[in-house]
Design a protein around this ligand. Sequence first.
Ligand code: AMP
Ligand code: MG
Length: 288
Amino acid sequence: MIDFPKRHRVPYDGKFRVGDFDTDPPQGSGNESKLEADLAQSVERLDELQRRLFADERHALLAVFQAMDAAGKDSTIRKVFSGVNPAGFRVHAFGRPSELELRHDFLQRVAARLPERGKIGIFNRSHYEEVLVVRVHEAALAAQNLPGAGAKGFWEDRFESIRDFERHLARNGTVVVKFWLNVSRKEQKKRLLERIDDPEKNWKFRLGDLDDRAQWDGYQAAYEAMLRATSRPWAPWYAIPADDKDYMRAAVARILVETLEQIDPRYPKVSAAQRRELQAGRKRLLAE
Ligand code: AMP
Ligand code: MG
């Protein structure tokens, strides 16, 4: 059995290289039916762990997803959380910032959508777009009208802000786990063509996605810098091969299970006073 967290965790030493991490599943990861069984097992376990997280009310879990278009963020989120009580988690998709959001600091809109204790928050894109699309497309940075935009040390400062922000969250009970779904350029082309050829997928296609694709190398460089600077013990990144969806889903689900197991949420202990209430309740009901 593959040790998914160990295998895919981006090292904390700042030496990560995108080229060292595969877009294909590792050898011996098993066929489709094995991976589906693995996913099903994790989905069930996530349901149990989420209930305990909710009851325990001591921690929140924040799961961040970043990837190039068509890597499978949406379907991975849908499949992995398919067994979790919808009352226990919320997904936020972050698109282009509004006029008002642009006038705030770049963490403001994500800070407003963090999960409260007991809940799971899922970010489909996130504050990390601020060091990806904003770094690759000059116009996106210009739109922020910032002092010192693009000056020396600008991106390093952004990374520092992000590290500090996530460390603050960790200190206050929010466990942060981040997934980079690593799709190859070749597989992305195949999936974008499917969006054009399959009428049910046409709605997903945007010509603008090809502009991002045209900047592939720029994005890879931005991902590399981001992963180096922001994979830390209190908020690790996982680089998940995304060319095989079954593998990707099984890996993400298992890493989430193991992250929650480390939190080890417990149902609260019943106090002596509560025990007396329970007994009193039983007595009243039975006396009806
Ligand atoms: P999608 O998730 O494919 O529906 O598209 C959302 C789009 O919003 C992507 O093209 C992102 O790059 C873009 N986006 C998300 N966050 C930001 C941001 N902070 N600044 C600029 N563009 C963003
Ligand atoms: Mg898109």
